[in-house]
Design a protein around this ligand. Sequence first.
Ligand code: MAN
Length: 350
Amino acid sequence: MKINRFEENPLITPRDVSPIHEGFEVIGAFNAGVAKFKDESILLLRVAERPISDNPTIIKAPLIDKKGELQIIALDKNDSDYNFEDPRIIRRSNDLSHFEYLTSLSYFRLARSKEGRHFTVEDKAFIYPFNNYQTMGCEDPRITQIEDNYYITYTSVSEMGICESLALTTDFETFEDLGNILLPENKDVVLFPERINGNYYMLNRPSPTSIGNLDIWISQSPDLKSWGNHKHLLKMSVGDWDGGRIGAGLPPIRTSKGWLEIYHGATKDNIYCMGALLLDLDDPSKVLAKTKSPIMIPEAPYEKEGFFGDVVFGCGGIVNGDILTMYYGVSDTSMAGCELSISEILEQFS
Ligand code: MAN
């Protein structure tokens, strides 16, 4: 499978983004939602900022309190009550299955480009945590255009859990909050770009804790508000590139063969790759085919090294004829771009 990675990669790095919080540094500008709006390519970046710690033994964790004020928790790295092994999260040593704090606070900022390779990042936030479901941030947005509406699905993180929220913009200047659409824990929601037999559809990824796996599900709605008819869609594998978890990546793309879904899979050791799925055009709960191997694996230095290396994580793309320009997060740090041929992806299924 040929992938034309842009020569300009990485397209946006933390250095290109100035922090909006005093005393913080930007450690990630990644996992962006993507849209074509008028003559612009738009990236809705997940920007992660963390409080600067002058003392190497002190780790600081940002939190927004119930009054909407930013608080900083300072923890000693030698405190045996806590586990600091994962750079992204802080766990209690006596309960490694849950996390207590995130080491950074994520929110969304827009970046715009006329030619799709050089982006200007806006100085202000576009969506900043605004309710109690988001005290630990907003993450991994996807944008689906349905007619003239651009729907943004994203995760809201708080001590109540990780749930899925929906927002709407028609101008990329302001947005309307449409609430939480899925209970915790759920992630990786993408909407289909059109109604199918009168209904809206979404892919999502619940995280069951007692039995079950980190698999992809599909749900249906008459109005984008009430979601039901939840069906299991795709199981992660055992011991393979997608043996740790899977989740939807880009909003599905209509092709003559079916809905093409480019999704992510991770190994148990958190190496994130992208694979492809083909779903029935009339009934997207039917999987027609799945690529055996990933279509993209972390290979370039910027995909292998960073805050959390060995990660390619696509949340959106722009289709022009047979060419899909995919913008994808790399190493939980930066944004990169590449071109793929849709017909070549479809050939991987046969
Ligand atoms: C995982 C990772 C992190 C993220 C948390 C909370 O640990 O995806 O990047 O911040 O979940 O969603």
